[in-house]
Design a protein around this ligand. Structure first.
Ligand code: 5GP
Ligand code: MN
Length: 329
């Protein structure tokens, strides 16, 4: 059960200026948790701003919040001003300052102001206090609900916040099917539905609003997929030339990595994608196979037992051979 330290509750008993920050390339859980918590904190009387390191994908644009959102990569000065003016910083859905980019990360650790964390990634760095870090919980959105419950503030979750929190729960649990789902997860989902979340609409917005370029990219990716059934592993990749030729938009490749894992007998899938700043790695696994350890050791990354990410030197063939080597030893 999530507990709020009395001094922290006391601090929040008066109106404060609060900035909520999520991670680079914000996903459903990152956007949902900041929107949901941001709106609720505002209703509790605080002045809230949300800072995102960079833009979030189009398929999440249906989410609403009455809290101002600043994209650091696009409006650095405004974002910095908000951060400087805040009495409290909340970091959501990440476990290390690096995850919000070098500059924001440096700012987070250098400044002498309270920072709290709500997160579910393994091995959290100790930059925040209090740290509401629960790696066994399926999503940060689920934790935000529990956090608000512990604050006796569930009445401040309005329809928009319920939609946002439900969305993060859906995306981080693979639509409520990952092993991290507990009875409580579904109870919270039900409660959010009572508060106005519309599951059918959310699923449609996330999963049934494909752009043509996304489906064609998926086709390309699946065609080039390589399997090593002896290693129970799949490898998929997209290089920059293919991405650019497809009219790629941010978010288009979301979930591709799960396709490889859906093959019977495959227990690990690595998806590598070439971005402007290098190759980004996504890893997924089944069961006890810990890809977060693999990402930490070999790809300068981290994450969860069954879902992790990182980076690598290219080209794709080198990453593929590296993966086969790692899994062979
Ligand atoms: P995705 O494959 O969806 O990008 O990421 C899967 C999980 O791994 C997410 O929970 C994310 O937080 C984590 N992750 C992704 N990329 C990185 C990275 O570069 N570094 C670390 N530490 N974690 C990552
Ligand atoms: Mn998450």
């Amino acid at each position: 059960m999530l507990k709020i330290p009395p001094h922290f509750k006391e601090f929040l008993s008066e109106p404060r200026s609060i900035c909520l920050i999520n991670h680079f390339n914000p996903d459903g859980d990152a956007v949902g948790s900041t929107f949901g918590l941001g709106s609720a904190l505002k209703k509790m009387g605080h002045e809230v701003s949300i800072i995102m390191p960079n833009a979030f994908p189009d398929f999440l644009k249906f989410l609403r919040t009455d809290v101002p959102v600043f994209i650091y990569a696009e409006h650095m000065q405004e974002a910095l001003m908000r951060m400087e003016a805040s009495a409290l910083i909340g970091t959501l859905d990440f476990n290390h300052p690096d995850r919000c980019g070098a500059e924001l990360g440096k700012w987070l650790t250098a400044k002498d102001r309270p920072v709290f964390m709500i997160d579910h990634h393994q091995q959290p760095a100790a930059y925040a206090d209090p740290m509401f870090s629960f790696p066994d919980v399926a999503s940060t959105c689920e934790l935000v609900f529990e956090w608000l419950e512990a604050m006796n503030a569930l009445q401040h979750i309005d329809t928009d916040a319920a939609q946002a929190l439900y969305t993060g729960m859906v995306t981080d649990t693979g639509s409520f099917r990952f092993p991290s789902v507990r009875p409580r997860t579904l109870e919270i989902a039900a409660e959010l539905m009572r508060k106005g979340a519309r599951p059918h609409q959310i699923h449609e917005r996330i999963y049934d609003s494909n752009r043509e370029s996304r489906l064609r990219l998926l086709g390309h990716c699946l065609k080039g997929m390589e399997l090593r059934t002896d290693l129970r592993a799949a490898f998929m990749s997209l290089d920059a030339a293919t991405l650019n030729a497809s009219g790629y938009l941010k978010g288009d490749t979301e979930g591709f990595v799960n396709q490889g894992l859906s093959i019977e007998g495959i227990e690990l899938c690595l998806f590598a994608m070439e971005r402007e700043d290098g190759w980004k790695i996504s890893l997924r696994s089944r069961g006890d196979l810990d890809v977060s350890a693999l990402a930490r050791e070999h790809f300068k990354g981290g994450g969860h037992i069954n879902a992790a990410g990182g980076e690598s030197e290219g080209p794709a063939e080198a990453i593929r051979e590296k993966l086969w080597d790692i899994l062979s030893t």
